[in-house]
Design a protein around this ligand. Structure first.
Ligand code: ZN
Ligand code: ZN
Length: 610
């Protein structure tokens, strides 16, 4: 039974309340205190989904706490819950109340794209606000969501609490104020889209937000079908899916959620989630999909989608053996946003392709031939070249008008005597299209002629990519003197390193630490090859974890010596925070050398020269 329990702040994670409790009543040591809370001396300091809550509640009896309240308000349970089947959610809940089972494995977090965060995250501006309101800075639950890297209130990147710490003890509840990063760098988030999705993800904490049905493994698939991304009645139009998806999300944004997509990759998550979502996807991916479905909905709002059941599409190629039959045809559907019509693309085995759509204003169906196909073309060749028939007769046999025959005739006759294949014709049209639009890149060209592009992409992807496209060059306006910039940043890095070394000599100096300190992390990685001097400098001064252990040994020994403490082998290892499993021959020899005085201690030994 407890007689004191700290006040819980809005959106505070349980971990933070426990840390404050331990801090405030810390006189008898954390083990004793943890025993008061959980009826046992060691418990993992779990940030997201803590266990042993039943004991905690029992011990908090007099504070009128309810276990459901804690689950819902102070843990990440609601974040994961929405996408678990009710049975699994119950299992997780049970594990959190008792102390059984590995919750992270159960949900699939360990194998997922965002493993549970081990070190708490915080927003330096939230900390500032807390301080100005005279409350002890605390850890927000929203900041601990693994897929989110920003504080959505202040729109800045979050910092990690234990970044500067030498070791990480999984039983220790870190008290925010004791571990604030002394460099407290503020990096603004520039992307509104990213901010919006993060806000949507945060809403998951307030309970179920979307109509997702965890019991139906094909829920998403059905939703897509409603939006017309269907091929052959029950098959998904993957092409349509990826086109729409990448229209909405660019790769930079997706990469932030570790969710880039690739149509050519058979195990791309986007295919997987529409195949069967059961596999367990990170909640952020569900939010991305939910948002995508909403996008499709608004995109299609003004559309009338005709009922598509039971319509059969015949082959319209008069010289095909399946003419007027639907046995060899397949179809796919998409929504045309210009005409706001649902278009069905029908393709026969013979290569004949046409689109079919319903025009509401005229109340009739509309058909347009897209491709005549190789069977049709070879028949045309035969009639023209071998049988030398008249245009009109050919048109009658092929089921088209004379104009069409003439059009293809000119293509056949052009060049040398060998007739051009459909592919060559299309390639020629594409090249004309490029010449007509000399200032358009491939994306723009594609947007103007999507069908042609799709055909070429399917039939001669390499050829398509090999063409020389116009590349806009935004940096040409703002010519950057990279040499000068390289040296400038190098200077900043040197200063940052010397500051880091003075402020906390035992801290591990790494490439990313310095880059973060000078706020050039992204910039550096985007232009690494142009920043040669910085690159070289950073690789020279970067301390490996192993190097850092040796450095800690020497500096700890020096500290102990300064404090006139007696140095023994084990006190030294403890002071340096080196765990047994990391000890190897060299480290043992070094530690022993320090203890028996054969190793000469010097502060300079483990400062890298650069
Ligand atoms: Zn904030
Ligand atoms: Zn056919």
């Amino acid at each position: 039974m407890l007689y004191y329990w700290p006040h819980t702040y809005p959106d505070e994670i349980l971990y933070s309340v426990i840390a404050r409790y331990l801090k405030i009543s810390g006189s008898r040591g954390p083990k004793h205190l943890l025993n008061n809370l959980f009826d046992r001396k060691t418990i993992s300091a779990t940030l997201d989904l803590p266990s042993g809550l039943k004991h905690l509640i029992h011990n908090l009896e007099m504070f009128d706490k309810d276990v459901e309240m804690i689950l819902a308000d102070n843990t990440l349970f609601p974040y994961y819950q929405s996408f678990l089947t009710p049975t699994k959610a119950e299992k997780v809940r049970h594990s959190m109340l008792s102390k059984s089972g590995d919750i992270h494995t159960l949900i699939g977090i360990n194998a997922g794209i965002f493993p549970a965060g081990k070190s708490p995250k915080y927003c330096p501006l939230c900390v500032k606000e807390d301080k100005s309101e005279n409350i002890s800075p605390y850890l927000r639950r929203t900041h601990q969501i693994p897929s989110i890297q920003i504080c959505t209130q202040h729109n800045i990147y979050l910092l990690e609490l234990n970044k500067s710490r030498v070791n990480f003890n999984k039983h220790e509840f870190l008290f925010l104020e004791d571990h604030l990063d002394q460099f407290s760098l503020i990096e603004q988030n520039e992307s509104t889209e990213y901010l919006n999705i993060c806000k949507d993800i945060e809403k998951l904490l307030k309970g179920r937000q979307n109509p997702f049905d965890a019991d139906d493994p094909f829920f998403y698939r059905k939703e897509l079908f409603k939006h017309g991304l269907v091929k052959n009645a029950n098959q998904l139009s993957t092409q349509g899916l990826y086109e729409n998806f990448t229209d909405l999300y660019n790769d930079t944004l997706l990469a932030k959620f570790k969710s880039s997509v690739n149509l050519d990759n058979p195990s791309c998550w986007l295919k997987g989630i529409f195949r069967k979502h059961r596999k367990g996807f990170d909640p952020c991916r569900h939010v991305i999909i939910d948002n995508f479905l909403k996008y499709l909905e608004t995109k299609n709002e003004s559309l009338e989608v005709i009922e598509i059941e039971n319509i059969k599409y015949p082959c319209l190629n008069k010289v095909c053996e399946h003419y007027n039959q639907s046995i060899q045809t397949t179809f796919s559907r998409h929504i045309d946003h210009k005409s706001k019509r649902q278009i069905t693309l029908v393709e026969c085995n013979c290569g004949h392709k046409y689109t079919h759509s319903y025009i509401t204003s005229k109340q009739n169906y509309f058909t347009r031939i897209k491709e005549y196909g190789p069977v049709w073309h070879s028949k045309l060749n035969q009639l023209l070249v071998e049988e030398k028939m008249s245009i009109r007769a050919i048109a009658r046999i092929l089921g088209c008008d004379s104009k069409t025959v003439n059009k293809f005739k000119s293509i056949i006759v052009e060049g040398d005597s060998t007739p051009k294949t459909e592919l060559e014709t299309k390639q020629e049209i594409w090249q004309q299209h490029m010449r007509k639009n000399p200032k358009s890149g491939i994306t723009e060209l594609r947007k103007k002629k999507p069908a042609l592009f799709a055909f070429l992409y399917r039939n001669c992807k390499e050829w398509l990519q090999k063409q020389k496209y116009y590349k806009s060059n935004p940096t040409s306006k703002l010519r950057i003197n990279w040499k000068a910039r390289d040296l400038e940043i190098l200077q900043e890095l040197r200063i940052a390193r010397s500051n880091a070394l003075t402020e906390n000599p035992k801290k591990r100096i790494t490439k990313s630490l310095l880059l973060i300190m000078v706020k050039k992390e992204k910039m550096f990685y985007n232009n690494q090859e142009k920043l040669e001097n910085c690159d070289e400098y950073l690789s020279k001064i970067h301390e490996s974890k192993y190097f850092h252990r040796k450095k800690r040994l020497v500096l700890s020994a020096l500290e102990m010596k300064d404090g006139k403490a007696e140095i023994s082998y084990w006190t030294l290892l403890r002071k340096a925070g080196i765990r047994k499993e990391y000890l190897n021959y060299e480290l043992i020899q070094l530690a022993k050398g320090i203890v028996n005085g054969t190793f000469e201690l010097s502060r300079q030994t483990f400062i890298k020269t650069a």
